[in-house]
Ligand binder design. Structure first.
Ligand code: PA5
Length: 454
């Protein structure tokens, strides 16, 4: 049975069957380039076989390190930004208790996983330091380059406040570093201090790295079985690389539909989910597609919504605003817990017709009704159906999106694995901060700022 099912009937008013068929030769060419590793950015395609080739030794090391952190610490702070933390956070938040930070430690049964180094807010770090005071804190610092400003500053601040008086041995117990095998500042620091490290493979970029130690260590610390996650990805890989003669895979269909919609002038894809715990999964998805596709003046604007909450904020815009959106909905066939709606014979709230019905039924009808309303308002709708919100399903979903993103980028004629545009803000920031080597740019920026009255 396939783990990821793309239901695209609600795009039929917007895409003709012959248009899909005409895309098939482009799809076949893109698959060929990707699977033969001759596409643009081919040196970053290590994620393709990863679920199959992941070494048992590394899995065992991750599990043993996670077990030690679970035993010895109350809190794990994951220090990283972009692809270095979003995947872990996506999976952990999708599968953890909604209020895990409020649960007593013994009920949670694993360290609380918190995050730092994903922005530059001093207030945030101040509050984080306050909340972990008196707790046994471990850090997992994740950075391929080792020099990313946000995570490097957070690491310095946390080390200074939490471990100022720690011995070398204590530091080595409390820090785990996930970084490049040979290069970078973190690699040097880890080697000098004898700190446990995990490697970010050379051929896998940040946003494709959730199924490497980047994502897997924090996920394992959160008490989740990484083998099941990898197994879901492995199964999805198998169905998505099956020959095209056996029919389009889920990733193929999704890639083709979104590309056709983009070519018809749709500007933005909205990822919608009816489970609030999927919020960070959507953040991961937004980064995956935006950073992969947004180049050479191309790409879809990636937006995400939590339904039904956001139907009461963005719903009006989606229904009747500019016709530039299409919607992709993640749907779970089975819920984890259900609650029956209680009976109240007074029926003041006029809900008695729902008495005894499960909330999942109401949620499902809200989803169906919304999709039909949006389609009739001119918003094409695709549904990605999964059996449940489980490690298996999420592993498959991660692989599905990675594959679809790579394929749609290749079909669209861009390199889906680089991110040259991210450097622009960094260069300006370094210049304004006075980093050596950026003097000329600093002069130029200060002149422009003065002219603009900043
Ligand atoms: O997906 C990416 O490549 C980026 O989001 C990086 O993960 C992010 O910029 C962090 O880089 P680094 O891991 O080098 O600190």
């Amino acid at each position: 049975m396939v783990l990821v099912n793309v239901k695209d009937q609600l795009t039929n008013n917007f895409i003709a069957q012959h248009e899909r068929e005409q895309m098939e030769h482009q799809l076949a060419a893109a698959r060929d380039l990707l699977d033969k590793r001759v596409c643009p950015g081919a040196e970053y395609t290590g994620w393709i076989d990863l679920p199959e080739t992941f070494s048992e030794d590394t899995i065992e090391r991750i599990e043993a390190t996670a077990e030690r952190i679970r035993r010895d610490f109350d809190v794990l702070i994951v220090v990283g930004i972009g692809g270095s933390y979003l995947g872990a956070r996506a999976v952990i938040e999708a599968l953890s208790h909604h209020f895990s930070s409020l649960l007593p430690d013994e009920k949670r049964g694993c360290p609380l996983v918190l995050y730092a180094g994903h922005q530059l807010s001093a207030d945030y770090l101040f509050d984080l330091l306050e909340v972990v005071k008196g707790k046994r804190v471990a850090l997992n610092v994740i950075s391929k380059s080792g020099t990313t400003t946000e995570s490097a500053i957070a690491f310095r601040v946390l080390r200074d406040h939490l471990f100022r008086y720690a011995s070398r041995e204590e530091l080595a117990q409390r820090i785990v570093i996930t970084t490049d095998e040979k290069r970078g500042a973190l690699r040097r620091y880890a080697d000098e201090m004898g700190i446990t490290t995990f490697v970010i493979p050379d051929d896998i970029g940040g946003r494709y790295s959730v199924l490497t130690p980047v994502g897997l260590l924090p996920i394992a610390v959160a008490g989740l079985d990484i083998r099941q996650l990898l197994e879901g990805a492995r199964r999805e890989r198998k169905s998505s690389i099956a020959p095209l003669s056996e029919g389009l895979s889920a990733a193929d269909r999704y890639a083709v539909n979104r590309l056709l919609l983009m070519r018809k002038g749709y500007k933005a894809e909205i990822l919608a989910c009816y489970e609030p715990s999927m919020r960070y999964f959507a953040e991961w998805w937004k980064q995956l597609f935006a950073e992969s596709e947004g180049k050479d003046g191309k790409g879809l604007i990636t937006m995400s919504v939590d339904f039904t909450s956001d139907l009461h904020s963005l719903g009006q815009l989606i229904q009747e605003g500019p016709r530039v959106f299409f919607e992709t909905v993640i749907e779970f066939k089975n819920v984890r817990n259900d609650i029956a709606i209680p009976s109240d014979p007074s029926d003041l709230d006029q809900l008695e017709y729902l008495a005894g019905k499960p909330m999942s039924f109401v949620n499902r009808q809200a989803r169906r009704g919304t999709a039909l309303a949006h389609v009739s308002g001119g918003v094409p709708n695709m549904c990605i159906e999964l059996k449940d919100r489980s490690l298996h399903s999420l592993g498959a979903l991660i692989y599905f999106f990675e594959r679809a993103c790579a394929l749609s980028g290749i079909m669209n004629g861009i390199n889906p694995f680089d991110q040259p545009g991210v450097e622009a803000y960094k260069r300006n920031m370094f210049a304004l901060l006075g980093k050596p080597g950026f003097e000329a740019l600093r002069e130029q920026l200060l002149r422009t700022s003065a002219e603009e009255g900043d």
